[in-house]
Write a protein that binds this ligand. Sequence first.
Ligand code: HEM
Ligand code: MG
Length: 361
Amino acid sequence: GALPPPGPLQNTSAKLVNDAEHPYMSPGPDDIRGPCPGLNTLASHGYLPRSGVASPQQIVDAVQEGFNMENALAVFITWGAFLVDGNPLTNLLSIGQKTDETGQSPSPPAIVGGLDTHGVFEGDASTTRGDAYFGDNHSFNETLFQQLVNASNTYGGGKYNPQAAAEIRWIRIQDSIARNPTFQFLTPRIDTAYVETAFPYRFWVDGRLNTTDLDLDVARGFYQYGRYPPDFYRREGAFGIPGNPGLARDIAILAEAHPISPGHNEGVGNYVLNPEDLGLRGNVRYSCFYFCGLVVACIRLICPLPFALSKICYIYTKHANVTVRSLYPNPQGPLRDALQGNLKTFYNALGDPECPQIPMW
Ligand code: HEM
Ligand code: MG
């Protein structure tokens, strides 16, 4: 089967995380780093195995401890990536390239290629990493970082803040439309592009400062070197999807600055929309009764007119039904059990009772 995910932190206060037990050590020749500067940092400070190969449980523990990411968000992202990039038989994921260190892989069309794998989780128009079409989707790119610096100077008063971030996100999308004939901007990439744009001003600002203004030298340390600044404190309080501040609100604000619908390029400069990727509709609703904040009973209602299901429900549904299914069309035995368990963990992290769980295999 599959191992359960870790629970939340007991104590989500700001605290020193670049501490004596977690010194920066530059990765050795066999250590793997990849497209995520957050995970690269956790590996280079020993919150994750320095090899860059980890279980999803280790990743959730590390993003909670090292950055104060909220539990459901951490589980949702980690399992979203693990299901398509990791090895369900050995419970290991590479945070970069494909490696034998994740053990004997299930047979193709499963990829088990690590986070570098293009198109199943990693995608185009990344902030400081190039599009896979140009040959390298995972290394720090100085040219792209200079665009971030310039836009932060122009729109953020010299800081990477929400105003600068919204412009940088748009610059990266426009650049991919203009130059990448294979550009794809569909679920989940259209969502993770905004997520990765908000993370730096939510997770990389020292927890004692309590601002959303990220210093550009600090930004470079994370993006390029995967390194905490000296004496770095994690943020105060866990950061998750709901609430204010919360990721759902951040994404809405970033997207509102320069709206774009899901689509893909057919030749450079020709962005074609994919309206079928806008979301899901459903007819089943639950109405629940509460007593002192606890659910005491729910009734299932069949609505005559379909209503919009949540965005995250669509992300889950497409990921399971399309992407995971394409990698594992007919799994058997222990592989099937492991996948079922991991899909349940992914579903549970949604916390959306209106979202139907997808029956698989
Ligand atoms: C990008 C995975 C947590 C910050 C990415 C990408 C992947 C990924 C696959 C590449 C997406 C792309 O640009 O195409 C994960 C997983 C996590 C996680 C599985 C587990 C929870 C974090 C955390 C932070 C973070 C905790 C910040 C503290 C970023 C940033 C980028 C990114 C800033 C954009 C990099 C760039 O293109 O410049 N992540 N990530 N991530 N991640 Fe993570
Ligand atoms: Mg990318």
